[in-house]
Design a protein around this ligand. Structure first.
Ligand code: COA
Length: 157
């Protein structure tokens, strides 16, 4: 990443659904059946209880993340950063943006599922304050387990 390049975080556009779905397929869902197809990504973008943020640089999508809001808890559904742009703080910026979008004072916890084999993402989430909750066996296709992680949100009062 060039120092002069500015990273922009903003809500995804419907027209970006295919690109986001392709990144999900390659970077998140590799080896699994493709769940986050362009059609389902469009549904996420249209859903007013969900936000889908893209991190773009020079008009190119470098990463994205999605959060679903459910009263006092929120579900981090998707997160990916393009391989060449990793370890530059983009994932952290996306998660911060999504956590801020939860609002101030309502959401008490955020949870997510991550593939048991995905050590990098597990380390990443730990670095963002997410903690192991439990393992769910056979959560994904091909018998792969998921790790559930969560972060408790502290409010000022
Ligand atoms: C997980 C992922 C989103 C992290 O994005 P990223 O932009 O590279 O992460 P950041 O640069 O913001 O990293 C923040 C911190 O997380 C931790 N971290 C990130 N990548 C790490 C790695 N490969 N090994 C160890 N710790 C790591 C570090 O503490 C890092 O801080 P540091 O670079 O100052 O040491 C990215 O690796 C990715 O897209 N992976 C494939 C898709 C995926 O697994 N998605 C999540 C499951 S749905």
């Amino acid at each position: 990443m060039n120092n002069d390049d500015a990273l922009i975080l903003r809500a995804a556009h419907r027209s970006e659904a295919s690109e986001i779905a392709s990144i999900s397929r390659l970077q998140i869902e590799h080896g699994l059946n493709w769940r986050w197809t362009p059609k389902r990504i469009k549904t996420l973008i249209a859903d007013n209880q969900t936000t889908l943020v893209v991190a773009s640089m020079n008009g190119v999508i470098e990463g994205f993340g999605s959060m679903q809001f459910m009263n006092t808890k929120s579900h981090l559904i998707l997160l990916a950063v393009q391989p060449k742009s990793r370890r530059c703080g983009i994932g952290k910026a996306i998660v911060k943006w999504l956590e801020k979008a939860c609002g101030d004072g309502v959401v008490e916890r955020i949870w997510l599922e991550v593939r048991l084999s995905n050590q990098v993402a597990r380390r990443f989430y730990e670095a963002q304050g997410y903690r192991f909750v439990r393992t769910i066996r056979k959560y994904y296709a091909k018998d792969e387990a998921a790790i559930v992680m969560e972060k408790l949100i502290k409010h000022a009062n």
